[in-house]
Design a protein around this ligand. Structure first.
Ligand code: CTP
Length: 409
């Protein structure tokens, strides 16, 4: 999603600048053309040499601004060439300057000379971040539709405190930039409420043994990210997901469940208020008929497991949904993916089904990429070749818009 995109990064003077080195490296590896401006104080934390080595381009500093050897003023050239601008870490000082349109260095002049979407990743000590004057500037700046934000999250800070003000993680920043590259900041689902399920459920036999599946929750997380980046109010109900996949700066609500029964209860509570419901979770079809609330000794384990069915949540939603609601299911299939998916779409009264091959490379459980065929109730189909789960999520939202469900209609 970032291949051949020109990404300009403005680094301000904060300790989180060291994390930006990872962002630069990841962007380069993703095929982006990365240019970096270091403010005067940023150079106290990371050097122009570090940045130039990682980005494969000269690092720009205020020295270049005042002694520009270029045929065109440097801030104009950098501003015009950028497809996306990231400012990370955004400090209290630079936040104040951006809020009031001040331009006293290369970075702030370049911001004013550019038109592309800008992603802001603030990082500050908690006391600083919570000052009313900082919060006022932050709210005011974010009202400008050019500016998009990520974080700050909460966590251990360099001042030895644990609190808000921690810069978003590099992987979160990259994901947000990928979304921005796709949408150019368009908020086409603003005002829509989207309920998403993701991950796999676990049906326990006892506290340590369960029936489960290999779903990691990556598709659900990608859907939640894409939908919230496009302005929707998103709730993601998910089965257990690995700690390293848990977002710390998510701007959507996460509700963690374990069993299909718990997932059903949460979904039913949120159903009425939802405009779009996307069931990407790998929900169990059956559960052990008997649950032991203490760990069964090996000798007491059954040699045959009696199973009970669990509610098909998607089918239940299909029978309850209102005309204004859009219901989307997933069909994880092997072999022929289209015909069984079409059958599920009709049987469960869905508006869209995502036929998802799980027996092919670059697709299915746990992978970062996915493939699919989107099918709607008019039996229109869209084939999606291998792409990242985030891109597939965005393309699914585009497909939803064909049905007339977005804030643009
Ligand atoms: N699903 C659900 N509740 C369940 C099981 C599945 O809501 N108890 C949802 C999944 O989230 C997914 C869709 O149903 O969106 C597809 O599930 P799948 O198991 O493929 O559907 P089935 O109708 O059970 O298909 P099959 O008969 O082929 O097993």
């Amino acid at each position: 999603m970032l291949k051949s995109k020109s990404v300009l990064i403005g680094v301000c003077g904060g300790i989180a600048a060291y994390k930006v080195c990872e962002v630069i490296s990841s962007l380069f590896q993703a095929g982006a053309d990365v240019r970096v401006i270091l403010t005067e104080t940023a150079q106290r934390f990371i050097t122009p040499l570090t940045v130039a080595t990682l980005s494969r381009h000269q690092a720009y500093t205020d020295k270049d601004f005042w002694q520009s050897p270029h045929s065109r003023p440097l801030h104009i050239a950098l501003g015009e060439e950028a497809d996306l601008l990231l400012i990370a870490p955004l400090t209290a000082n630079s936040l104040g300057k951006l809020t009031y349109g001040l331009a006293d260095n290369l970075l702030t002049n370049t911001v004013l000379a550019s038109r592309c979407p800008i992603l802001l990743a603030p990082a500050m000590n908690t006391e600083m971040w919570e000052q009313s004057v900082i919060q006022r500037n932050w709210q005011q700046l974010r009202r400008n539709t050019r500016y998009h934000s990520i974080g700050p999250g909460s966590g251990l800070l360099a001042c030895d405190r644990t609190g808000s003000g921690r810069m978003a993680e590099p992987t979160e920043i990259i994901t947000k930039l990928q979304s921005l590259a796709y949408t150019q900041g368009q908020q086409d689902f603003k005002g829509k409420r989207i309920l998403i399920s993701g991950g796999g459920t676990r049906e326990h036999l006892d506290p340590v043994r369960f029936l489960g599946n290999p779903s990691t929750g990556k598709m659900g997380l990608a859907l939640a990210q894409a939908a919230s980046d496009r302005g929707a109010v998103v709730t993601l109900v998910h089965g257990p997901i690995a700690p390293e996949l848990q977002p710390i700066s998510a701007d959507y609500k996460l509700i963690s469940v374990v069993s299909a029964e718990q997932m059903e209860a949460v979904i039913m509570t949120h159903l009425v208020e939802s405009d779009i419901i996307i069931m990407s979770a790998a929900v169990a079809d059956v559960k052990p008929a008997h649950y032991s609330n203490h760990k069964l000794p090996k000798k007491d384990l059954p040699t045959e497991l009696k199973l009970d069915p669990v509610t098909d949540i998607l089918a239940k939603l299909g029978s309850l949904k209102k005309v204004h609601q859009t219901l989307i299911g997933f069909a994880a299939q092997t072999g022929d993916i289209v015909n069984p998916a079409l059958d599920k779409l009709k049987r469960k009264n869905l508006d869209i089904i995502v036929a998802n091959p799980v027996d092919q490379t670059e697709s299915g459980f746990g992978t970062d990429t996915n493939k699919a065929v989107f099918i709607n109730a008019k039996e229109q189909q869209k084939i999606i070749d291998s792409c990242s789960k985030l891109e597939l999520a965005h393309r699914l939202l585009d497909f939803v818009k064909i049905r007339g469900v977005s804030s643009e209609q």
